[in-house]
Ligand binder design. Structure first.
Ligand code: BGC
Length: 760
């Protein structure tokens, strides 16, 4: 009886969804039939920095967008980039997406999305510009902190619930930046050459998951070029793949100022042009002249001359109306809420679970420090890490600094602070020059205090300032700046009881690693940073985050940097040697790239290739092809500082022998330590023999389990056919070749606890 009841309910809900969709489509057609050409065109370009108009005559509302992705950004002026200076435009700052990825906890991604969506709804936003799902290719990329690491499965698994949670508020996500925008240097024009195999196996995967599984309602075209065409109006990316192969019905929004050509914008799949200069071309005009946008009067004129088929005009308008139907015009949207205790709690638990413990000689957790003297050193202990970063900057209602968090939690200790180094004002696109004498005196003061402390907690890293993890400019090198490497070494000499807490969205060199007692990777944690850090340092929370990218020993170990400027940041294309030359306007050949990568790119003279700076036609080759991140480092057996998937705990997990039953791989995990903890059990798959080069192994499944001391749980992974396939670029299809596959069960990509073999 019960079953029948639930079946009826289920069928009824399916019917309601189908009915609602039909209903929405017929309302769209009804509106469309009443609209003039001018009204249809006007839906497709901005009326201010962050909004576009609706159709007032027909009651179609405006589109209000906001950055994204870690919270709802403060209000920006109508016609320029300055802060509007409101007093009620604060938010909860959630941890950066690298931290979310490091939780390996999809349910936290759902909570994140739902919470940030409630804030966006409250602030009356139609679209929140995020999440970012570009992959981690170089640790210099200034925006890696906005993305979810180097593995497409991890990024896909985490972005889907984020999007679903966000959109459940009637606020659209805008998945960005589609596609191949893996760096900031030369981002406005660099032409990325990549094989179809790497494109489909790696870079498109999270976007595919976002639109097909997550049901994303909008997507942002990126700044760079691909096949000699800007990505925001790229025929292959937008028409062929996104709207063609994936049959996506959402709206493509250009990145801000990423539109460059009316003809391409009309015909190559762009639906909404945003952020171009207000005179459309080269400057911000004082008066509102948005009609000069590429999709403004130039588009209208072409339509009037009969150069644009009705099908295209209607398709763009339909997609914009659909975006509004799903959001502003939906009667299912809520009222939202801002900075509620629930949101603050969500930000804190995401931060707690994303923090990664990288080294611990036993000093952590700090359980018996009562009455002792703790010296906190480092600018990041007090600096706001919500400001800066570019478009993801936030104005949190409250931001608990690490120093404040430590003082609150360790109230029974004597806490002293020394700044240790200084990095200058928070600025976009510019930096203050630091004087060596100032750095020296700050270091001397901190080291002198360290001698007298029982424990030193160092809080440093990058800081979201220009070239320090920020939009618009990549980092210049792999080391930390402002004399931090020397400072940490000197502190460690003065006091071996030193715990290092690093904020960053990127890997960095660690020349001092052997000298310190513990290293905690704390990302950019947002409003609750200080509380979450103190929770982990004190042992109130057992760390359970795992790295979403590899920390290599040196920059050159990342394949993007092995190829010189060809691999990053791009070179003068005419001088490219084969196989990097490829054929302009065509995808690269995966086999040729891999053959030559495996040989170590021998016989290629990199010195003939010039990087001519901002010439506007640099080409960059993703020459490592499908061997991104740990795939490359595994293949070449390169030693790493910390592998992908790595992270320590305060307890110990023992893995049983994995067993296989048909397609089900199971492993028993036991907490044999003294405190409760969480472990991320990772399953990688390797093809034992294939007709093409395949990575040694690739992440295909993971699960985070909570275990009390002494408790055991069985974690199971059911191998799907798709998990065994590679992308055959000659026939444009996914192929699973018969043979044997090894399933590796591990606590990280380099800590494999057991293997089993299956046959296809
Ligand atoms: C960034 C986008 C951002 C947009 C609006 C662009 O510069 O690349 O990520 O959403 O600005 O601020």
């Amino acid at each position: 009886m019960k079953k029948v009841y639930f079946l009826t309910l289920f069928m009824a809900s399916l019917f309601t969804v189908a009915h609602a969709d039909d209903d929405m489509e017929s309302r769209i057609e009804e509106l469309l039939s009443q609209m003039t050409l001018e009204e249809k065109v006007r839906l497709c370009y901005a009326q201010s920095k962050f909004t576009s108009p609706g159709v007032p005559r027909l009651g179609v509302p405006e589109v209000y967008t906001s950055d994204g992705p870690h919270g709802v950004r403060m209000e920006i002026n109508w016609n320029d980039w300055n802060h509007a200076g409101w007093t009620n435009d604060y938010c909860t700052a959630f941890p950066a997406l690298t931290c979310l990825a490091a939780t390996w906890q999809p349910e936290l991604a759902r909570l994140y999305g739902r919470s940030v969506g409630e804030e966006a709804r409250y602030r009356k936003k139609t679209v929140l510009l995020g999440p970012g799902v570009n992959l981690y290719r170089t640790p210099l990329n200034g925006r890696n902190f906005e993305y979810m690491g180097e593995d497409p499965l991890l990024a896909s698994t985490m972005c889907v619930p984020y999007i679903q949670g966000l959109q459940s508020n009637g606020v659209a996500c805008c998945v960005k930046h589609f596609a191949l925008n893996e760096q900031e240097t030369l981002r406005g024009h660099v032409d990325v050459r990549v094989s179809d195999r790497a494109l489909y196996e790696l870079y498109l995967r999270p976007f595919h998951a976002a639109v097909t599984e997550g049901g994303a309602w909008s997507l942002m075209g990126s700044y760079n070029q691909y096949l000699d065409q800007h990505a925001s109006h790229n025929a292959r990316l937008l028409n062929d793949i996104l709207k063609g192969e994936w049959k996506w019905d959402g709206a493509v929004i250009s990145d801000w100022g990423a539109t460059h050509n009316t003809q391409e914008a009309i015909f190559n799949g762009l639906d909404l042009e945003m952020g171009s200069y207000t005179d459309g071309l080269s400057s911000e005009a004082p008066i509102n002249t948005y009609d000069d946008y590429y999709l403004g009067s130039a588009y209208l004129e072409k339509c009037k001359r009969g150069e644009v088929p009705d099908s295209i005009i209607n398709d763009k308008a339909r997609r914009m109306l659909r975006l509004l139907m799903r959001t502003e015009m939906s009667d299912r949207k809520g009222y939202g809420s801002i900075n509620s205790p629930e949101h603050v709690a969500a930000a804190r638990s995401i931060a707690q679970e994303g923090i990664v413990l990288l080294k611990n000689n036993g000093i952590l957790p700090l359980t018996s420090v009562a009455g002792k003297k703790i010296l906190v050193v480092g600018e990041n202990a007090t600096r706001s890490l919500c400001a800066g970063g570019g478009s993801s900057e936030l104005k949190p209602r409250d931001e608990v600094s690490p120093l404040r968090g430590i003082k609150e939690r360790f109230g029974d200790c004597e806490i002293e602070y020394a700044q240790g180094y200084v990095s200058g004002r928070a600025m976009f696109g510019n930096t203050d020059k630091m004087q060596q004498t100032v750095l020296d005196s700050l270091r001397d003061e901190a080291v002198e205090k360290a001698h007298r402390a029982d424990v030193v907690i160092y809080v440093g890293g990058l800081n979201k300032n220009h070239q320090q993890d920020c939009e618009g400019g990549d980092r210049l090198h792999y080391n930390l700046s402002f004399g931090q490497d020397l400072l940490i070494s000197e502190l460690a000499k003065a006091n071996p009881n030193i715990v290092v807490v690093m904020a960053s969205g990127n890997a960095y060199a660690m020349p001092w690693l052997d000298e310190v007692s513990a290293l905690v990777q704390s990302w950019y944690l947002g409003s609750e940073a200080g509380h979450a850090i103190a929770d982990v340092l004190s042992g109130d929370v057992t760390p359970s985050g795992k790295l979403p990218f590899t920390i290599a020993k040196q920059l050159i170990d990342y394949p993007a940097h092995k190829m010189g400027s060809i691999g990053y940041p791009g070179v003068t294309p005419e001088l490219l040697p084969q196989p990097f030359g490829g054929e302009a306007g065509k995808p690269m050949n995966s086999k040729a790239l891999l053959d030559s990568a495996v040989k170590g790119w021998k016989g290629i003279s990199f010195s003939t290739v010039r990087c001519d700076g901002m010439k506007k036609n640099e080409t960059e080759v993703y020459g490592e092809d499908i061997l991104l991140g740990y795939r490359w480092l595994d293949y070449f057996k390169t030693q790493v500082q910390f592998p992908f998937g790595y992270g320590l705990s305060y307890t110990i997990f023992e893995y049983g022998k994995p067993v296989i039953d048909d397609r089900k791989v199971s492993v028993n995990v036991t907490n044999t330590g003294k405190v409760a903890g969480k472990e991320v059990v990772q399953f990688y798959v390797g093809d034992d023999k294939a007709s093409v080069l395949r990575p040694v192994k690739e992440l295909k499944h993971f699960e985070k389990v909570t275990l009390a001391p002494g408790e055991s749980k069985t974690v199971t992974y059911t191998v799907k056919d798709d998990d065994l396939k590679f992308f055959d670029e000659n026939n444009h299809e996914w192929v699973g070749e018969p043979g044997t596959f090894t399933i590796y069960v591990g606590a990280s990509s380099r800590d494999i606890k057991g293997k089993v073999v299956i046959k296809l």
